[in-house]
Design a protein around this ligand. Sequence first.
Ligand code: ADP
Ligand code: TRP
Length: 317
Amino acid sequence: MADKKILLSGVKPTGRPHIGNYFGAMKRFVEMQGSYESYVFIADSHALTSLQNKQELKSNTLGVLLDYMAIGLNPQKVTLYKQSDVPQVTELTWIFNCLTTVPYLMRAHAYKDAVANGKEPTVGLFDYPLLMAADILIQGADVVPVGQDQKQHVEIARDTAQKFNNVFGGTFKLPESIILESVATVPGTDGRKMSKSYGNTIPIFATDEEIEKAVMSIVTDSSSGIPENVYAIHTLLREKGDLDKLYAEKKGQYKELKEALIEDLKKFIGPMREKRQALEKDKGVVLEVLKAGGQVARERAEKKMEEVREKIGLKIS
Ligand code: ADP
Ligand code: TRP
């Protein structure tokens, strides 16, 4: 039997994951876990670019692990780990730093956005794409399921692999992003991209009250009889034909349509929330998963780094 291809992806522990993260990326990790050799991690080192609070980082990190397990990632099938348990990733980032020019990285969207918003970017934010390239390349990923906003970062990882291979000889595979068009950018309650940083999210593990509050706050425009922002979120949960029928029947009845969305969200979120609550009680088991996954990921990374150190002349023997 041919070896399975390698899947790798991660989520930053910067707050509560939302249905944009779920439908845009995390759901795919679950669907693909059996068909790929999978590595899914918590990007805690990346989170340091925006989160500098010890307690919050620790509890968010554990939180993302619980989220992964509650949505159905099975530690028997997927290596689950946290990025900082693989220090070889930061070692490789330095090597990539020395192969990459400043003007090239200045074209990255996240950096350009930060500058456009009047922020003074840290060196860490500037270097963010190369840390991500190291995550991906050190594990030899073939595919990287992400939302649209991460597409450029995966392209930077490909470029970086090519650059390294040209200078030092074939070492890294060229990864590809997997982006589902229909959910590439899930809109938030205000119609902009759903994002932790915009305060427009519906958390995947929201309580019933939070679901009600979030849906009632969805901004609607009254011209067409169809509340576009409500409909856009609703498409995540129902077949199009079924949904169009509902929106035709209840044309102009925004309150009823929002109530229908609330019911569907409750049905979808409820069981996952219960599973998460059960896992939360078993912290020992969860920590064990993290420890075992970290060891697997670190050993693989160390093997790759041995090759890299040898190729670039850092190893004297
Ligand atoms: P956020 O932008 O909310 O801080 P992250 O950066 O942690 O989220 O993203 C984790 C994953 O979720 C990435 O693959 C990202 O592309 C995806 N993602 C984030 N927001 C959305 C969205 N609104 N629609 C689709 N995918 C998204
Ligand atoms: N930058 C990604 C995000 O903001 C998280 C991430 C870090 C990642 N390293 C990765 C995603 C490697 C995929 C592969 O969502």
